[in-house]
Design a protein around this ligand. Structure first.
Ligand code: NI
Length: 137
């Protein structure tokens, strides 16, 4: 393991309390381990977001299909980005709620743009883009 460097971190008490709860929940050994993990994850994420890099991923959305024209809008966007939106899985959770997972592939910038427009559509209650990819040597 490379040599560790110590540095101080300041944050609001409340934020630190929430952070400590998360550390417990996710079973990190301590704050340092948690911060290292989070920093690594963000670094990978920002590398993947370099505009030209090719990625694969999923966009997960939870929405109410009774919201006016929402399902049509979401389908429309996927058609508009048909090169990036490969496939989708739709699950009718209950009377109102749908869970949809769209598998995406393309340049990080395109994938991000598609995900942002899907997730940002009014009526989408929750949405998340997960990007992955093989490291280009
Ligand atoms: Ni549905």
């Amino acid at each position: 393991m490379a040599e560790l460097v110590r540095f101080g971190v300041s944050m609001e008490e409340r934020l630190l309390r929430d952070f400590d709860r998360m550390i417990k929940r996710r079973k990190w050994a301590n704050r340092s381990e948690a911060i290292r993990d989070l920093v690594r994850r963000e670094l990978i994420r920002s590398q993947w977001q370099e505009a030209g890099r090719r990625v694969v991923g999923t966009v997960t959305m939870l929405y109410d299909h009774h919201k006016r024209e929402l399902p049509e809008k979401l389908i429309e966007m996927q058609h508009r980005h048909s090169a990036a939106a490969l496939s989708s899985l739709h699950i009718h959770l209950d009377e109102r709620n749908c869970l949809e997972v769209v598998v995406v592939r393309g340049k990080a910038a395109e994938v991000r743009a598609l995900a942002d427009s899907l997730i940002g559509t009014k009526g989408v209650k929750h949405g998340e883009l997960v990007m992955s990819g093989v490291r280009e040597e």
